[in-house]
Design a protein around this ligand. Sequence first.
Ligand SMILES: [Zn+2]
Length: 278
Amino acid sequence: MKGSFTRPVCETPGCGRPSRFNPYAVVRQNSRWCEPCRNRWRRWGDPRQSVLQMKALIPIVRKVLGVIERDRTTKIAAGASQLCLNLRDHVEEVLADLERGQTVWRWTDRACREILRCLRENEPVKCAAVAGALFLLRERAPRTFVSEEAWVHTFVRSWRKMLSDTAVGSYWDHREQKVHKVYKELPWQVVQNMGQLLITTFAPLGARLILLEQRRRGKLGQEAVKQSLDAGFEDLLKSKRKKGPSPNRYVPTQQHKQRMSESIKRWWSQRKLAQKKS
Ligand SMILES: [Zn+2]
């Protein structure tokens, strides 16, 4: 590009645009990217992260809700609700501190307000189920999230999108004659704060759901794999090896033997002819 020879190229693989240029800025991680990649980083936590569509998440949410319903002891539902109540207590304490005049970081304040809004609008079980579904999705398709930061951002975005009506706005498109929905972005720091709170709160539920799925799928843990290998080798040592030829040895058929003898005879006659000529 003309005039861009002094600028380094954006670090996103396959981007190729010149990186953002600001001679007065402190060189930081995000100054290695171009402006579009920087916007993507702010929105998704990583410029390489792609959109997580709700149609991929909704079936898993239904599945988690089904698991909670099928539990006869109703302890899963009680535990999930308790996680939400704990989170709500913490968030309300932070907001009460703010009202009393204590110093609270601005981004923490906004993150707490956003979480409280989602918790008020929905039932606690649903809030927990959506979070659990996101953990399950990460277990099923780990490549959906390109990095840890992208995971945090996508988690917060999807959780908020599913639970808050105010997180999504809409506008009328005159050209296409239909309503378009738009997600209302939060500042990067707010998302980080929300992500920390949400992931630490719902991690116990997510871990149990992942374990349940792994057991159902028959995917054994490291210890179980060792045990099954040991049992197999023990059995081999106990059983005596049979004498005689191996069952896997190739036994030539009558047809094969005949063909072999014919080819040997042919070769022998050809050799004799060659000796006579010489
Ligand atoms: Zn770029």
